[in-house]
Every structure is written in C-alpha cells, then in structure tokens.
Design a binder for this molecule. Structure first.
Ligand code: GLN
Length: 202
C-alpha cells in the first residue's frame, strides 16, 4: 500500500514504535507527533496503547486535548487500547476525562484474569477487508485491555470477542481494544490507511 498520505502517531508513551513498524510494513509514511504544530499536513492520527492516565496527563500538560479534538473533526483517528479509552465518550473504572469522540462506554482493565493479557482469535466483520484474507480469523493481543460495554447507534462493530465489540468505527474514528500493531496481520492498519486516503465508506 503506498501513496502520498502521511499518518501521524502520537509518540508520548506506550507502543508508538510498533505502530510505526506496522505502517512501514505497508509502505505508508508516518510521522511522530508530540506537539500541536505537528498535526499540519497529516491524513490521519494513531493514538497508541499505553496507560491512558499518563497519556491524559501529557495531553493536558502539552495542551494537546483541543488540537486533537479539532483534528478529529475532519480527519480519521485510530485509537488502540489506551488510545481507544481516550476516544470513548464515557470511561469507567474509574471514570476519567476523555476526548469524547466515539459514542461508547468503555471500562478499563475489565477482562477477567485469564483474558486480561492474552492472545485471542477474533472474527472480523466482512467490511474490514475484502482482500484474500477477508473473514479469516484475526489474532488479537490483549494487554490489560478495556471492555466496550455499550455503543451508540452510529457505531459500527468491525470485530467481536465473546460477543463484545473489540473494534468499532464511528464515521472518521476507529477504536480497538486490542493491539493489531503487535501482530504481523496488517488488516486493521490497512483498513485505517484506506480510511485516511478516503477509500472506505463512512
Ligand atoms: N490498562 C490501560 C489503561 O487503562 C490500557 C492498556 C493498554 O493500552 N494496553 O489505560
């Protein structure tokens, strides 16, 4: 996958390097973002996993909260795990502020002990990929993952685990509770890059 679009990766804390490798494998250009001026010219933004409380603190200190919210009004944003927690409009366990983008209630560290950090197999919905791997199971790495408890009507589920959504999309926004950047399967990143280059339907 190539093209001229550049995807930004919030590079404060967490596994932003792994996202850059996932994009590099697809031949997609990326840039690490640490301040508001670096959003300029980006086609999309990835909010990586890590620790959502630490990320929140940094976003506040660096005054990145509003710039990200504004960027998200016109560009695709993809949050994984802690990044998805930042995107949810309601966070539990405990309740904490967020960017309030995706209409979903998310509960931090909510899988039972066995699933909390594990590798699971999930079934993607047909529109995640139309290529040769379409509909084949996807490996999902969970690391102290949150659970999506409720979604709004405008939120589309792209993959589930044990019946619960683990990858969702609302318009320009994609959020996953697992870590696709930690497996060799590129489908989720490819999907996001298609969003960023306007190749998927809203
Ligand atoms: N448990 C973390 C949080 O609540 C998320 C973990 C992750 O991003 N892998 O922020």
């Amino acid at each position: 996958m190539s093209g001229s679009c550049v995807i930004g990766i919030l590079a404060i804390q967490g596994d932003f390097q792994a996202h850059s490798l996932a994009l590099a494998r697809l031949g997609v250009q990326f840039g690490f973002v640490r301040k508001a001026s670096e959003f300029c010219g980006l086609a999309g933004l990835i909010l990586p996993g890590g620790e959502s409380t630490t990320l929140l603190q940094f976003l506040r200190e660096e005054e990145l909260f509003e710039p990200i919210r504004q960027f998200a009004q016109a560009h695709p944003v993809f949050g994984t795990c802690a990044g998805a927690i930042l995107m949810a409009d309601k966070v539990e366990n405990p309740s904490q502020p967020s960017l309030e983008l995706v209409r979903m209630t998310i509960r931090r560290n909510a899988y039972g002990r066995q699933l909390a950090s594990s590798i699971q197999t999930i079934d993607p919905e047909p529109d995640l990929d139309t290529g040769p791997e379409a509909r084949t199971p996807l490996e999902a790495v969970l690391i102290r993952a949150p659970v999506i408890l409720e979604i709004g009507r405008e939120v589309r589920v792209l993959a589930r685990l044990e019946g619960r959504p683990v990858l969702v999309r609302q318009g320009l926004w994609l959020a996953g509770t697992f870590h696709p950047e930690l497996t060799a399967d590129s489908r989720v990143h490819r999907y996001f890059c298609r969003m960023a280059s306007n190749q998927t339907l809203l």
